[in-house]
Design a protein around this ligand. Structure first.
Ligand code: UDP
Length: 237
């Protein structure tokens, strides 16, 4: 029998950094993008409704800009939000070339580039089998794309935020430094908070906790396995 996905509607949160080319340092590696999109295509074909919230850290981060270059924080944050639009269009392009229908919705209106974010329309796209890519963050400075993922997941009533990272879950200590680090399968919001595990930034984390949106942390190469419900990553709920 075909694999039965564990989740029906998910928000996949990807940091901009996942797109960076490790060899050349270019902000967007089309090879990496393709490997991610192939996984999105596979889960999409299983009937899972997928939204992507993409970060912009591979291109610009408002906070670093204001610290290192003296850029006004608000200006820098808008530059960061615009970076997510560039990444989102790259996802759109790549997925469409693979035959997956997409719609890009932006929190900052730019009619020639993408649709405005309209909740009911986003849900309709999902029901029609389109992958929805949310860009421009929340549209507000001083927020992050993690918070965007938490917000959109609450709004579209996603079952889970899937946070793809470099590590395959949450450990009791740094697995890069300790051989005996143990991975958690599950963790409560409270435990994650008390142990100061910075899974999402604190605004995003509180939003998830208050609205009871579970967060699954896993490694970027296991997107499909995580959605199908294989025992990968750590679920915070
Ligand atoms: N940003 C913002 N408001 C938002 C989302 C993002 O101002 O609602 C800006 C902020 O400057 C941030 C940048 O966009 O540094 C890129 O987003 P983020 O750092 O979340 O990207 P990631 O780390 O996931 O690549």
């Amino acid at each position: 029998p075909a694999e039965k996905p564990k989740f029906k509607r998910v928000v996949l949160k990807l940091s901009g950094e996942v797109l960076r080319c490790s060899e050349t340092g270019d902000p967007i590696s089309w090879n990496t993008l393709r490997t991610i999109c192939e996984q999105v295509k596979e889960v999409h074909e299983l009937g899972v409704q997928v939204c992507i919230v993409i970060g912009g850290g591979n291109i610009y981060r408002g906070l670093s800009g204001s610290k290192d270059q003296g850029v006004d924080r608000t200006t820098g944050d808008y530059m960061g939000m615009l970076s997510t639009v560039i990444n989102g269009l790259a996802f759109m392009e790549c997925l469409e070339k693979m035959g997956v229908q997409t719609r890009v919705q932006t929190s900052i209106p730019m009619n020639q580039v993408a649709e405005p974010f309209i909740l009911r329309r986003a849900i309709r796209h999902l029901e029609k089998g389109r992958v929805v890519i949310f860009v421009a963050g929340t549209g507000n400075p001083y927020f992050s794309t993690d918070t965007t993922a938490a917000l959109r997941a609450s709004e579209i009533e996603a079952e889970v935020i899937m946070k793809a990272t470099k590590v395959d879950g949450i450990y009791d200590k740094d697995p890069m430094k300790h051989d005996d680090a143990v991975k958690y399968d599950k963790l409560s919001y409270i435990d994650a908070l008390q142990q100061r595990l910075n899974i999402l930034d604190s605004t995003a984390f509180s939003l998830c906790m208050d609205n009871e949106v579970p967060i699954l942390v896993f490694e970027t190469s296991s997107i499909k396995r995580a959605i199908v419900g294989d025992n990968v990553g750590t679920l915070v709920s």
